[in-house]
Design a protein around this ligand. Sequence first.
Ligand SMILES: [Zn+2]
Length: 362
Amino acid sequence: MGSLNALEQTGGNSFWKDWITDGILPSADTIGRVFSLIAIEGLRSVGKHTYSRLKRNKALRPAFHDNLFAVIIDGHESNASYLRCCPDCLQREIKTGSGIKIQYYHRHVMAVLLCKDFVLLLDLEMQRPEEDEVAAAVRLLERLFIDYPRAFDIVMADGLYARAPFFKVVTAHGKHIIAVLKDERRELLHDAMGIFSQEQPILVRDGNITRQCWDVEDLTSWPQFGENVRVVRSLKTTTRKRQKTGNEEECVSDWLWVTTLPKTMLGTETFIVIAHKRWDIENKAFNELVTYWHANHVYAHTRIAIEAFWLTTMLAYNLFHAFIYCNLKQAIRTMYTKSYIARAIATELYQLKKPVSVKQPP
Ligand SMILES: [Zn+2]
C-alpha cells in the first residue's frame, strides 16, 4: 500500500477486525513505533524458516549449474532527504543552486540467492555511519555463514568488492567468489590483458549475441589476496546506425571478472552467461521491490524500523514468488502477470474477510 495511513483507511477497523485476534487495528503511529522497537532477530528467523521449508520441499533449484548455488551481494540506497535525519543516517555533501547542503540517507547491503525460477531474498545489513558498503557486507556475510551455511557455494559482487579483505572472508569459509575487475586492481588487470593479447578469443553465444572471451587461470599478480586467481573477459562489439546523422557507431561492451572458481568447476561459457545474467536478475528484483512493493518508503524513520520494514517486505516478496512458482501451474503463470495475481489475492482477502484458519503457524 505504500503508507501506514492507507492501511488504516482500507476499510478501517471494520475490515481488519475479522483478521486480527482482538479486533482492533493499531494506528499508523503505533505500527511505526512497534517496528522501531521490534526484535529484528525474530523477523530473520521467519526468513530462515521460509528458506528451510522451500529447501526441504525441493523448491529451490540452482540457476546455472547442477549443484552450485550463488548468492549476490549488492548495496542499495533506500532513501535520501535534506530535512529528515536520525542518529544512524549516513551523510554526504551535495552541491545545490543555493550552496553546499548536507543530504541524509540510508543504505544497506542485501544478499539474494539465485535460483532457477526466482530469486530468494536472504538477508540485509544496514551500513553504519563512518563505514563503507564493504564493511557492512562483511558483517552480512559472517551472519550468512552462520544462518545459511550450506545455502550457497559462490558469492557474486560488483567491482567495489574486488578487495583482498573481502576475498579472504569469503574463501576462509570455503566459498568461491566472482567480482567485477576494475582499474583499482591495476597490476592484475595489466597482466591479464597482456596474456589475452597473445591468445585467440573463445566465441561464446548467448541467444543472438556472440561475445569474444578470454579466460586465464593461476594469475599471481594480486599479492595482497595471497592466492592465485582467474580472470575472465567478455568483449562484444556491435555497430548501430545513428538516427540523426545516419552514421554507423561502434558500441563496445567490455567486462572483466576476477574469481577464485577454477575452470573445472565452472567452464568459460557458463561463467560468461551467468556473469552477464546476474545484473538482469538483480535489477529485476530491486526494480520490482521499489516499484511494486514500495520497499524504499520510510514508514518510520529509525534504523530498526527501516530494517524491520525491509525484512518484512522481503518476506512478503519471497512468499509471493514461492506461491507463484510452487503452487501455480506453468500455464497460469504464462497467462497472467504477477500484478494480476497480486490483485487476485487481494480481492480474495476482501471477499473472504474471515480467515479459514486462525491456528498459529507451525
Ligand atoms: Zn536516518
